[in-house]
Design a binder for this molecule. Structure first.
Ligand code: FAD
Ligand code: AMP
Length: 479
């Protein structure tokens, strides 16, 4: 094994492995160091996303939504499935099989691109060198022209809710319950808490979500957040805002959860507790003090717009740097950095990164919210259209929610699109394309959308900006 590379990537998640593959495509000799060991004791690529994040959580969300539908919603179609039961062990096995496929696929891709996968821990040291400590064998120092740090994030732990066996768990443990807890507590109504709470609620858990803030999904458009909250509550998620966890105690397999809310000190008992209060960047032991790399005031690796650290030739991407902790953001940063290393021009439009909450209804957004545009003092228009008035949504019995568009008065440019409803995770990509191309609402109004399709709701919301929606009784007066 050679100890000299054009590019050494530390971390094999969606940021690191994408950077490694792109760098290899561009003719570089690449090594990717990753230390992850899965629950079977095997090294596995793909990072948080493939092993314990995006993919397994969506596998469980899909399984449990099918169960939910089979339990009742299918009857409206005339489908009688009789008594429905869920084999939790099979559901978890299916999830594990999917994870194995995904992580194996990443390993196959690295191999096919001639990338050396080094199994162990990497650390940047002075002189842009990388110290590699393999899981087995002696440490060695690697020489590299360029180094990409991509070590991701880990769940934030709360001192008053220390993880305990499979009773108080983080987002990883919440993917592994062997049976449906009767009473489940979730601390944190962020995206991860809501998705994992939904999984177990659909299987029959009584789920209480405690959220310290008084606003539900504060980064989301207010109207969208309100609609999502209403529907999640209707589904049975007991979401309590302004409820801050203060302590926990486990006795005889039951967790006593203490929290404060507007009425003072409260207590509840649950059988399992998921702590989902956010994630923090993994920077410990990642670089030596004399490496030249610095952290920003929030503990992320300090980088510029191009993900360059303070050390020439050393980049950092993904969850260890500023910006949303999203797999696709990590991947695009990895690709950008590999292009820059190869001497090409590359940049990311950080204003155009979509976000999705994969609950039911799904929530998605890109660009500015109405509140943000208002705060900027710009003159804006909005358009809204409900799935209720869309033929495809009615045919599919999926009529919850709406699409909302925010656009600039002076230029008619689309500034933001916010969706709560069916297939919001897919429809949002049309808005991403629109924003990326600087489209006006008129551009989208003039396009032909296939009928019947859920995307027609986006079309009608664009038309509604000027009071021109066809399937709306409450038409605005056209100026
Ligand atoms: P990671 O994926 O965390 O990968 C980093 C890798 O580096 C890991 O394998 C780690 O073991 C390794 N590593 C760490 N330190 C070292 C070291 N010193 N040496 C060698 N290796 C090291 N995002 C979405 O976009 N969509 C979703 O639907 C979504 N769902 C999620 C659901 C859950 C439950 C969770 C927890 C996260 C979810 N995310 C989702 C977030 C997403 O997983 C992360 O944003 C993404 O994985 C970050 O990618 P990354 O490459 O920066 O780091
Ligand atoms: P996110 O960072 O989006 O994953 O969301 C995590 C959520 O957990 C945030 O909305 C926080 O307000 C919430 N949170 C953090 N600490 C506590 C706490 N002690 N009690 C309840 N909620 C909390």
């Amino acid at each position: 094994m050679s100890d000299s590379y054009d590019v050494v990537v530390i971390g094999g998640g969606p940021g690191g492995y994408a950077a490694a593959i792109k760098a290899a495509h561009l003719g570089q000799k690449v090594a990717c160091i990753d230390k992850y060991i899965n629950k079977n004791g095997q090294p596995a690529l793909g990072g948080t996303c493939a092993n314990v994040g995006c993919i397994p959580s969506k596998a469980l969300l899909d399984s449990t939504w099918k169960f939910h539908e089979a339990q009742g919603e299918l009857s409206i179609h005339g489908i009688d499935v009789g008594n429905v039961s869920m084999d939790v062990a099979q559901m978890i096995k299916r999830k594990d099989d999917i994870v194995a496929k995904q992580t194996g696929g990443v390993a196959m891709l690295l191999k096919a691109n001639g990338i050396t996968w080094l199994q162990g821990t990497g650390k940047l040291i002075a002189g842009k060198k990388v110290e590699f400590a393999p899981h087995e064998g002696d440490a060695q120092v690697l020489e590299a022209q360029s180094v990409i740090l991509a070590t991701g994030s880990s769940p934030i732990e709360l001192p008053m809710a220390k993880l305990q066996d499979d009773i108080i768990v983080d987002n990883t443990g919440a993917l592994e319950f062997t049976e449906v807890p009767k009473r489940l507590g979730v601390i944190g109504a962020g995206i991860i808490g809501l998705e994992l709470g939904s999984v177990w609620s659909r299987l029959g858990s009584e789920v209480v979500v405690l959220e310290a803030m008084d606003t539900f999904l504060p980064m989301v458009d207010k109207q969208v957040g309100k609609e999502a909250l209403k529907n999640l509550k209707k589904q049975g998620l007991d979401i309590r805002l302004s409820a801050r966890l203060t302590g926990t105690a486990v006795k005889d397999g039951v967790v006593s959860v203490e929290y404060t809310d507007a009425n003072g000190d409260q207590m509840m008992e649950v059988d399992k507790l998921i702590v989902a209060v956010g994630r923090r960047p993994i920077t410990e032991d990642l670089f030596s003090v004399d490496s030249g790399v610095n952290l920003d005031e929030r503990g992320f690796i300090f980088v510029n717009q191009s993900c360059a650290t303070d050390v020439p030739g050393v980049y950092a991407i993904g969850d260890i740097v500023r910006g949303p902790a999203l797999a696709h953001k990590a991947t695009e940063e990895g690709v950008m950095v590999a292009e820059l290393i190869a001497g090409h021009h590359a940049e990311i439009n950080y204003d155009c990164i979509p976000s999705v909450v994969y609950t039911h209804p799904e929530v998605s957004w890109v660009g500015l919210t109405e509140e943000q545009v208002k705060a900027q003092g710009d003159e804006y228009k909005t358009g809204m259209f409900a799935f209720m008035a869309n033929g495809r949504a009615v045919a599919a019995n999926e009529t919850t929610g709406f699409v909302k568009v925010v656009s600039d008065v002076a230029t008619d440019r689309v500034l933001g699109v916010h969706i709560v409803g069916p297939q919001a995770s897919e429809i949002i990509m049309q808005a991403v394309i629109a924003l990326e191309f600087g489209a006006s609402t008129e551009d989208l109004q003039l396009m032909v959308f296939a009928h019947p399709g859920l995307s027609e709701v986006l079309h009608e919301a664009m038309l509604d900006v000027d009071g021109k929606a066809i399937h709306s009784v409450k038409r605005k007066r056209r100026k």
